[in-house]
Design a protein around this ligand. Sequence first.
Ligand code: ADP
Ligand code: ASP
Ligand code: MG
Length: 405
Amino acid sequence: MALLVQKFGGTSVGSAERIRAVADHVAKTRAAGHDVVVVVSAMGQFTDDLIRLAEEVTATHTAREMDMLLTAGERISMALVSMALSAVGVESASFTGSQAGIITDTTHRRAKILEMRPDRVREALADGLVPVVAGFQGVSTERDITTLGRGGSDVTAVALAAALGADVCEIYTDVTGVFSADPRVVPSAQRLNRISFDEMMEIAATGGRVLMLRSVEFARRHHVDLHVRSSFTWEPGTWIVEEDPTMEEAIVSAITDDTSESKVTVSGVPDRPGVAAALFRELADAGVNVDMIVQNTSAHAVTDITFTVAKTDREAALEACRRVQPRVGAETVSSDDDIGRVSIIGAGMKSSPGVTALMFETLSAHDINIEMISTSSIRISCVVRANKVAEAVGHLHRAFGLDGP
Ligand code: ADP
Ligand code: ASP
Ligand code: MG
């Protein structure tokens, strides 16, 4: 008998029929002799709908009230799934994040988990119930309701799996696993049977939204076995595993695309010590997460600094840059939303020369201009025009031999 955490994403609980299908699956898992803790997301696009509704009401809202609003989505799902379970004869009890003992810091809309005290979940399990926990939410040390950032139900599931010592954390979604590229962008993408934590983190960090990055980091740190699979076909999916040193690694395992970032350029800055420090301190203090950074070689002791940030952080980044502009003597501050990033990821890249050359040759052969480049030991990312991203991913997928038979 095993303890399984089963997390169901938005599409998986997107309708009454889907909720009944989820309940049937949980009932089958129980009938096979396993204990189950269920974690649910909001139904379908409900979180997006709530954000839109808030914006219709007023353009300015506090993060505290947004969290209060957004957590309602998961609350609806948890109650409905719990009702569906009792309809198929499985006793269950639903819990909000707060009731499940998910204690976070006070950063609304992207709170970090500080502590897990899932006593009520444990008690429910001991009483033979299936606990159904609302994903994406917790309660802060100031006793306010918080959310864990978009896609945060994955974090809830992994954190509960770690705290309860679950045998596996199953992430049920609308695709059959982790693919060599987003199957919606590259129809010939192949499902990977297993992928290393390192590669999965790079995929999650560069646009492959199938798992939220923080959930992968958390799972690795706490040795949680992760299995990404479909709630439509229920077939076995992709296991996220520690790298196996005895196995030969694929040179490139996946290609990702991401159009969620903007490019910000601070031009005409004097090329002297302290300028970058002043700029990035201001950005950090404004809570802006900077991703790629490029500084051009200076001509006449003047240079440009370009970096990318999430589109949702663009205005805060521009304001921070304008605040430091007079202090560092920069000429202009501008932004560009029409960019996207394509990345190639593979653990075998470390020991294979020529990967970078093939990536650049492939883009150049299709007349796709590279605007920025960044690398890690197992990833190469290029910023290109946004309207070239899908095309670039397709060409790279083929060039690196990832297309299916
Ligand atoms: P959920 O609501 O279940 O959390 P998400 O929409 O967050 O689902 O994540 C699943 C989606 O991730 C898929 O529908 C797919 O389009 C997208 N995706 C992006 N990259 C990949 C990839 N490499 N493999 C699988 N899915 C991917
Ligand atoms: N409902 C939340 C979101 O859309 C959390 C999740 O689905 O994981 O971001
Ligand atoms: Mg998700």
